[in-house]
Design a protein. Structure first.
Length: 338
């Protein structure tokens, strides 16, 4: 019976192959010819060194490449295993997101399209739950070539993310500081929110009061709350922070600022019932732009990072494997609501 070692050694006859290429292609050939199958253990590094006479770094580098291509996985203290029978697979990516909403969908659609058909993506959602976040990271580490992760603002996050190899990790969406150099393509909340509110200050002050909806302990970025409080103090704007919008409570002379789409729809429904016109009788400001906000209520004023652009840039970073540290600009889009 032909062994994995023989499949690697038979490539000695291919003069163009380096030892590294011989090792990688030999393992792939062994999988293609069903000498070893998905889920089965591969020889240890020490055994391969003894049988093949290869340098330790050559074997380790070969296994690293096979892991990055999603063909092999490393299990802590157990060794290396065949992860995928599809050896044409060039790269396997773990994408860990908050959840799927309209703007996260924009990110995913552009991320998927830019990566192309030969890259496999497994998508996971942590919903801002640190226990789920930790469980998923433990489940996926060592099994993917690249980890694309939207972090949770939590004291445990730094330690959990620093357990991943930095050269295979890309942070996206929210930014969390980590030790050392790491790749990220994220948005920024505090300076951008303050800048947007300052730009809108003259219009906001035409109304009697600005109401911001925020539930303490929610997933809302705390930087937005900080920016809102600083803005109201600096510009002497009458404001209130309420947990949520109560249906039927819309009032003339108010500006409503919300991060929650469902509250916008409720406010607009109440405006129609009370014959109040957004942009004239009340104001509405929303975070994160999407197509429906261009149309509904005559157009909702938003400020947002471009999630389509973020998806494209993260995909390019995955493919190019180059260092990237970038903040996607936040853009104010003024429409009739404010």
């Amino acid at each position: 019976m032909i062994t994995i070692f023989e499949k690697i050694q038979e490539l000695d006859e291919v003069p163009s192959y380096s030892k590294h290429e011989q090792f990688v292609q030999g393992i792939i050939n062994a999988i293609d010819e069903r000498i070893i199958s998905k889920g089965e253990a591969l020889p240890s590094i020490n055994v391969l060194i003894k049988k093949l006479g290869f340098a330790r770094e050559t074997v380790m580098k070969g296994y690293r490449e096979l892991i990055s291509r999603g063909i092999v996985e490393s299990k802590n203290r157990l060794g290396y295993f065949v992860a995928n029978d599809d050896t044409e697979q060039t790269l396997k990516v773990a994408l860990l997101m908050y959840l799927i909403d309209s703007f996260q969908e924009q990110f995913y659609r552009n991320f998927r399209n830019e990566l192309g058909p030969n890259v496999h993506i497994d998508v996971f959602f942590h919903h801002g739950n640190i226990t789920m976040f930790e469980t998923m990271l433990d489940m996926i580490k060592g099994k993917y070539g690249v980890y694309v992760i939207s972090p949770i603002p939590h004291p445990k996050t730094k330690h959990l993310l620093e357990m991943l190899p930095s050269n295979k990790f890309i942070m996206f969406d929210r930014y969390e500081p980590l030790k050392g150099e790491f790749n990220y393509i994220t948005q920024e909340f505090e300076r951008s929110t303050y800048g947007v509110l300052a730009e809108l200050a003259e219009t906001i002050k035409k109304f009697d009061e600005m109401i911001f909806f925020h539930i303490p302990g929610s997933l809302d970025p705390v930087e937005i709350i900080k920016a809102f409080k600083r803005f109201t103090k600096d510009f002497k704007v009458n404001t209130r922070i309420l947990n949520e919008y109560e249906p039927g409570s819309v009032e003339k002379g108010k500006v409503y600022f919300t991060l929650n789409n469902s509250e916008i729809w409720k406010i607009l429904k109440d405006c129609e019932a009370k014959q109040l016109q957004p942009g004239k009788d009340i104001g509405i400001l929303s975070h994160n732009d999407e197509v429906v906000k261009e149309i509904i209520g005559g157009g909702i004023t938003t400020y947002s990072a471009d999630f389509s652009l973020m998806g494209i840039k993260v995909a390019q970073a995955v493919l190019k494997k180059e260092k990237v540290q970038e903040t996607i600009p936040t853009v104010l889009i003024r429409r009739k609501s404010l």
